[in-house]
Write a protein that binds this ligand. Structure first.
Ligand code: FAD
Length: 547
C-alpha cells in the first residue's frame, strides 16, 4: 500500500501556497495597467469599442472580476484587450459579430481560458468575447441530453449532472472550459467507452459570421456538424452544446506517484550528474537523491520497465470503464524525477482488476479512492499549475515500450539544466488513443481528425514546461522543442510516428490541420468558405489554429 497522503500534503502545501502568492504578486501591476486601458476605452472612438455597443455586459472602466486571472497561463493573462464583452445570449453575440464584421474589429473568443499559448483566447488591443455568462446547464425531460452553455467550466456541468446521477464526456480537470475543450476534440475519462468527447455532442448552436444563429447536427448543417468535431474556432462562435448524457454513480480514481529504482543508472548511462557545489539548490537536489534512495530502501520503488509496461498493456485493456494517463516529470518539491499515473474507473469498484498492474506496484503516494466525479476532477485540478508561464507541445506515436523508454531518456537529457531554474517544472505525459477509441470516433459520420482504426493503438506524447520568469521564455521553449524534435526523429526512425496533432495540447505555432491530412483540411476549408465567406473568423480572429 502507498504511504498516506498526509505527510506529502504537509510537505507540498506550504510550497504550493508560496508559489500561489508569488504568482498573485506578479499579476497586480498588470491588473492596474488594464484598468487604465479600460478607462481609456470609455472615451475612445476605436472600432472595437463600437463593436461592443448595444450589449448590456460591456465592461468599461472596471474589467469583470477575474477576467485576466481566469486565463490559465501568464502569457495569455499578459495581453491587454481594449474591451471585453460578456454576452448573456446568442442574440447578443449575433448582433455584436455583425458590427465586428462591419468595423473590421480584431477579436478573440474565450470560454475557460485554458489554452496555454498567448493569443489563443485573449487579444492585444482588440475585443474579447468572454462567454462566462453563457453558463446554463439544462437537462432534457428524458434526461438523455444536457444542453450546456459554452461559457461553462466542466466542474459546473458535472455538479449539476451529479444531482441526477448523470455525467457527460468532458474535461478531466475541473476548471477547463467547455468551449475550447470540445472544439479541439476533447480527451475525456470516457474515451474508451464513447470516443472523443466531441463525438458525444448531438447538436451545436452556433453564431455564424453573418449573425445567423444556426444548429449543426446530423440532420441540419451536417457538414458544419462534422467540421466542428475538431475544427476549432474557425467557423463561428458556439453558444450551446447539446451533449449525450451517461448514467454515473461513484467512480474510483486518483493519482499515484512512483520513485524509479533505475533512475540513477539511467542518468549515469546518459552521463548526467548532479555535482555537489555547496549551494542550496545543489544540496536540495542531493536531498532528492537521498529521498529516492530511502524510498527504494523501504521498498517504495518501481522499475521504469514495469511502469511503462503497465501503460502499454492498458492499450489492449478490454474493460471500457478503465481510463488512465501517465507522466514522467520533475517533482520540484521533492527535487527528483519520478513517474506517476492518474486513473479513473467509471463504476463504484475499488481497486478494479483493470488496474491490477498499477495497484500492485509499490507507489509511494496515492490518492485513489471511491469518490464523486466532481471530487476527482477538483483534485486533478489541484495538481495543475495555473497562473504560471508555460509551454505546451504534443506529438502522436504508435504504442511501444522501447520508444517510451527512449523518450524518457531524451527528456532527462534535455531538461537536466532547466529543471534547476527556480519554479521550473518540466513534465511529459502519455495518453492513449486505443483502437476502440478510434473506431468509436469513426461512427456517426466521423470527424476531421484523420485517424483510422488501423493506425491504432496510438498515444499522445506531450510536454509541458511551467516556470515564472519571462527572461526564461526562450530557454524553456528551446528545451521543450529539443525534446519534441528529437522525439519525432526517433519515432520516425523506429517507424512509429503518426502525423496527427491533438489540437488541445498543441502550441500556437503548430500547423494542427496538416496533421489531420490533406483531404480533411481541404474539406474543412470548403466548409469554412461556405459558412464564413467574408473570412471573419480567419482574418479578424488571430487566435486559435488556422485552417
Ligand atoms: C490544466 C489543463 C488540463 C487539461 N486537460 C485536458 C483534458 O483532460 N483533455 C483535453 O482534451 N484537453 C485538456 N486540456 C486542454 C484544453 O482542453 C484546451 O486548452 C482547450 O482549448 C481549453 O478550452 P477552454 O475553453 O478552457 O480554453 P479557451 O482558451 O477559452 O479556448 C481555447 C480555444 O477555443 C476557442 N473557443 C473557446 N470557446 C469557443 C466557442 N464557444 N466558440 C468558438 N471558439 C471557442 C478559443 O477562441 C480558443 O481559440 C487541458 C488544459 C489545461 C491547461
Amino acid at each position: 500500500m502507498p504511504l498516506s497522503m498526509s505527510w506529502v500534503r504537509r510537505l507540498l502545501i506550504p510550497v504550493i501556497l508560496i508559489s500561489t502568492r508569488v504568482a498573485g504578486q506578479e499579476q497586480s501591476p498588470i491588473w492596474l495597467e488594464q484598468q487604465t486601458i479600460y478607462a481609456a476605452v470609455n472615451s475612445s472612438t476605436l472600432n472595437c469599442d463600437r463593436a461592443a455597443i448595444g450589449q448590456q455586459n460591456v465592461h468599461r472602466g472596471i474589467p469583470p472580476e477575474g477576467s485576466s486571472t481566469s486565463y490559465y497561463s501568464t502569457q495569455q493573462q499578459e495581453l491587454h484587450p481594449l474591451c471585453i464583452a460578456a454576452p448573456e445570449t446568442a442574440e447578443q453575440i449575433a448582433k455584436a459579430i455583425i458590427t465586428v464584421k462591419d468595423q473590421e474589429c480584431p477579436f478573440a473568443v474565450k470560454s475557460g481560458g485554458h489554452a496555454a499559448y498567448a493569443g489563443a483566447s485573449n487579444i492585444q488591443n482588440g475585443l474579447v468575447f468572454d462567454l462566462r455568462n453563457l453558463n446554463s446547464v439544462h437537462i432534457s425531460e428524458d434526461k438523455s441530453i444536457a444542453s450546456v452553455g459554452s461559457g461553462n467550466r466542466w466542474i459546473d456541468v458535472y455538479s449539476v449532472l451529479q444531482e441526477h446521477k448523470l455525467a457527460v464526456a468532458g474535461g478531466r480537470i475541473a476548471s477547463v472550459g467547455v468551449g475550447g475543450f470540445l472544439l479541439g476534440g476533447g480527451l475525456s475519462l470516457y474515451s474508451q467507452k464513447y470516443g472523443w468527447a466531441v463525438d458525444n455532442v448531438r447538436n451545436f448552436e452556433v453564431v455564424l459570421a453573418d449573425g445567423a444563429i444556426v444548429n449543426a447536427n446530423a440532420d441540419t448543417n451536417s457538414d458544419l456538424f462534422w467540421a466542428l468535431r475538431g475544427g476549432g474556432s474557425n467557423f463561428g462562435i458556439v453558444t450551446r452544446f447539446d451533449l449525450q448524457t451517461h448514467p454515473l454513480d461513484l467512480v474510483w480514481g486518483g493519482t499515484e506517484l512512483v520513485a524509479l529504482s533505475d533512475l540513477a543508472s539511467r542518468q549515469s548511462a546518459l552521463n548526467l550528474r548532479e555535482p555537489f557545489d555547496w549551494t542550496l539548490r545543489s544540496a536540495s537536489n542531493n536531498m532528492g537523491r537521498v529521498l529516492r534512495q530511502g524510498l527504494c530502501f523501504i521498498g517504495k520503488c518501481v522499475h521504469s520497465r514495469d511502469f511503462i509496461n503497465h501503460f502499454v498493456r492498458m492499450a489492449e485493456q478490454p474493460d471500457t470503464n478503465a481510463h488512465m494517463y501517465t507522466f514522467f516529470a520533475w517533482f520540484p518539491q521533492l527535487r527528483m524525477m519520478g513517474a506517476g499515473g492518474s486513473h479513473a474507473y467509471l463504476a463504484p469498484v475499488a481497486e478494479p482488476p483493470a488496474f491490477e498492474n498499477m495497484t500492485s506496484m509499490n507507489t509511494f503516494f496515492s490518492t485513489t479512492k471511491l469518490r464523486t466525479l466532481t471530487d476527482l476532477v477538483k483534485e486533478l485540478d489541484a495538481f495543475t499549475l495555473s497562473g504560471y508561464r508555460t509551454y505546451w507541445d504534443t506529438l502522436t506515436f504508435k504504442v511501444d515500450a522501447e520508444l517510451i523508454s527512449k523518450l524518457w531518456d531524451i527528456f532527462l537529457e534535455e531538461t537536466h539544466e532547466i529543471k534547476n531554474i527556480p519554479n521550473c517544472q518540466p513534465a511529459t505525459n502519455n495518453q492513449l488513443i486505443t483502437k476502440r477509441h478510434i473506431a468509436l470516433s469513426e461512427k456517426d459520420g466521423g470527424n476531421p481528425m484523420g485517424i483510422k482504426s488501423e493506425d491504432g493503438p496510438l498515444f499522445l506524447f506531450s510536454i509541458t514546461v511551467t516556470y515564472t520568469d519571462p527572461m526564461d521564455d526562450a530557454r524553456m521553449r528551446n528545451a521543450a522543442q529539443n525534446v519534441m524534435s528529437r522525439a519525432k526523429a526517433l519515432a520516425q526512425e523506429m517507424g512509429l510516428y503518426h502525423p496527427f496533432v491533438f489540437k488541445n495540447y498543441a502550441n500556437g505555432e503548430t500547423d494542427v490541420y496538416a496533421g489531420y491530412g490533406a483531404e480533411s483540411r481541404q474539406k474543412l476549408r470548403e466548409i469554412q468558405k461556405k459558412y464564413d465567406s467574408a473570412g471573419v473568423f480567419s482574418r479578424l480572429q488571430p487566435g486559435g489554429h488556422k485552417l
